[in-house]
Design a protein around this ligand. Sequence first.
Ligand SMILES: [Zn+2]
Length: 721
Amino acid sequence: MMKVYKYSMLWKCLFLGVFLVLISCNQNKKEVQTEKENYSNILLQEWAGPYGGVPAFDKMKVEDVKEALEKGMELSLTEIDVIANNKEAATFENTIVAMERSGKVLDRVFAYYGIFSSNESSPEFREVQKEMAPKLSEYSSKISQNEALFQRIKSVYEASKENPLEADQQRVVDLVYKRFEMNGAELDAAKKERYAAINKELSGIYTTFSNNILHDEENYITYLNKDQLSGLSDGYVKSAAKIATDNGHEGEYAVTNTRSSMDPFLTYSNERKLRKKVWTNYYSRGDNNDEFDNKELIAKILKLRRERVELLGYKNYAEWRLQDRMAKNPENAMALMNAVWPASIARVAEEVADMQAVADANGDKIKIEPWDYRYYAEKVRKKKYDLNSEEVKQYLQLDKLTQALFFTAGELFHYDFKPVPDGTVPVFKEDVKVWEVTDKDSGEHIGLWYLDPYARIGKRSGAWATTYRSHSTIDGKETVLGSNNSNFVKPAPGEPVLVSWDDATTFFHEFGHALHFFSSNVKYPTLNGGVRDYTEFQSQLLERWLSTDEVINKFLVHYKTGEVIPKELVEKIKKASTFNQGFGTTEYLASAIMDMKLHLADPTNIDIDSFEKATLTELHMPKELVMRHRTPQFGHVFSGEGYATAYYGYMWADVLTADASEAFAAAPDGFYDDAMAEKLVKYLFAPRNSVDPAEAYRQFRGRDAKIDALMRDRGFPVSVE
Ligand SMILES: [Zn+2]
């Protein structure tokens, strides 16, 4: 299952581009002189109260955001100037550590900013956001282009090559230096100017790219009449009727041009012609050869990205981007994808054959086309597994699942979760609940866990994890304020929240991110940062505990009878997990390979349409399905740089997940083996980014990860070579 809809812990940093990683992720630096003032703006104020201080979420107001951000940026730039203009020779302490301590006030503002943008958005806030985005981007360039600052970082870096620092200090210096270097700090003045101009031009194109997709999503609605609803669920029909009414089409039913509307329609609608129409609209987004077409923009983006990395002396964008990732270079990432691809398309051929047999038996005189795949796959699924998702839900209660998370954390991490007394910790909505996390053995306070479980207006969709404060010991121990956020439908008072198996899995996934925050043992804030192709591994791994016998027998009980979920039902769920992996893996991999190939190719005369076609032909892409994200709508890669040449990262993390799971499965006490749990925390969670991820994994496993486990997980044959 792809986790593309989930935020990583670094969401705060990503929206400001690469550079702010340095600043906004450093959430725990020591107070500096400048902030001993008493601010009247609540968002700037030092956090008061218990547990090392907590955000005043109950007092935050949108009208304070702009002033707070401006003041926060000003303070942070002043601190940076003091560091850059220090008359003393640059040392680790007066340069790197000083930077680690800077920006604390702005970090506090970002904790509130994050709540406004993700949990409590509003038209008023979006106005502020629009106004402040370019200012925040300017702010980050001011730091990345600060020549005096960089010279000091460089001299600490070079001195450390002569006389190495302690391991964790060396890692901070290496990471900080690399970040500056990768973003043009070494360039001469003329090249720096061009570098900045390219970035500015790109940021405009990224916005246009997203807006074009949004336009095509909003303007290609398919309206159905009451005779065209066959196969659709009551829930789907009700919501389609409401959307149609809201759009002035009373009495009709709207299929919007988004994944959440398209996917169930293609799965259940019996109307083949309409399926083709909905499919065509969706996969043509950004590709309609009109003023909202994205193909020319993509060519421009690829050229600008190439020019920018060439200024830095790199061959191509992929080489530049992957150097500090676990994969290290595009060849390693491609090697993984190429290894899985043949089995993946071979499985598609089997799936198509299964589906064709069902269609033939039904007397449907058709050949499987891309708009038939989901529809017939669903029929095969019913036939093969007979799994009723409504029945499964009755054993998945949110309260019990929350207890299951705590149980898992207790077994693996020795954590204890206790609800904080009402009113002691401020929250931004009454639905938000807070627990104190302590060490079971020593009683030591670890942090607070905030859970915002329910959907509401102004809250973004999906599920995510974030921190308001991260662990560090640079100036005494800072404890963690971590949060999980979901979009469950709030029940009537006294009613349980029943969730699907997928949602329960996601709930464990996001809690994995939270445990990764809580278990950090790093001294320097920079070392809390995530590595894009590694940071989903810990969370994906935690998902595996949901289906352990211990969790099943204690927590997966019927909401009325209290009976444990029947063994046969669990078996069905497990069996069905490899179903349709040909489709899922192939549509994902086609996009991931395309992302990489687009950035390896010479962009000089690139024609996006023919490039996409030629690449798919070369891959022998099965004609019964398409890329999960076709190039003209590949927002991960072209509406910003977050996932450019990084879409492979989900599979990279999945290789580690599958391989690590097999290590647990093989241990004497399986997933609850004490020795394994100790290694898990020590090598895979606690070090965060203070150890090279590949090295950390080797320490855990005694060897590098192999892809065999992933192949077994997906039900693909493992080749013997
Ligand atoms: Zn995640």
